[in-house]
Design a binder for this molecule. Structure first.
Ligand code: SF4
Ligand code: SF4
Length: 184
């Protein structure tokens, strides 16, 4: 019968008219990142041993790890860098890491002005990791809580104090301020 399609369409519109909206007013309102979302990566220095398993697992060769031995046998991470310019967000590095030191869970707001700023060194990565921990009640994306020494370190850093090196974890890297895009 003529008009049935129109009636069905209007009925669908009417039904959705009274349901709560599925969208949010980003960026004023930010939706919580789903636990298994394929997002940009977060790297947590205090969990990382510098074993390079993530770098070997990455099909694109995005991850650079350079270490030197310390007298106590642990590894000093001289460099830890992720080239997000070529990362395909496959998550293989996160699955390969034996210590869950690299995890998916980055924010919606890590866009950069310049393409080359997607190359992130250990200081950039640590800033994002500390931001994540501060904004998520000091829980890692996998749900585990950060150790107290790390929480103290991040809070002291936020207050501009000289942060004590956290005991029982690997050396903490201070986070770097966010790079500002040039104006004008
Ligand atoms: S998500 Fe995939 S492409 Fe990106 S760094 Fe990890 S392994 Fe490499
Ligand atoms: S992130 Fe994980 S796999 Fe990569 S170097 Fe650190 S501990 Fe090893």
């Amino acid at each position: 019968m003529y008009g049935i399609g129109l009636a069905k369409g209007l009925w669908l519109t009417l039904r959705h008219f009274f349901k709560p909206p599925v969208t949010v007013q980003f960026p004023e309102e930010v939706r919580k990142m789903p636990a298994r979302a394929r997002t940009s990566l977060l790297w947590f220095d205090e969990r990382c041993t510098g074993c390079s398993t993530c770098a070997q697992a990455c099909p694109d060769g995005c991850i650079l790890v350079a270490t030197e031995p310390r007298p106590d046998g642990s590894m000093n991470k001289v460099r830890y860098e992720i080239d997000f310019r070529i990362c395909m967000y496959c998550g293989l590095c996160t699955e390969a890491c034996p210590y869950e030191a690299i995890q998916p869970g980055g924010t919606f707001t890590d866009a950069v002005y310049f393409f080359d700023d997607m190359y992130q060194d250990k200081y950039d990565l640590t800033r994002l990791a500390h931001e994540h921990l501060r904004n998520n009640n000091y829980a890692y994306p996998n749900g585990m809580n950060a150790p107290k020494s790390v929480i103290d370190f991040i809070e002291a850093e936020a207050e501009g104090k000289d942060a004590p090196p956290p005991g029982g974890t690997h050396a903490q890297i201070p986070s770097q301020p966010r790079k500002e895009a040039p104006r004008g």
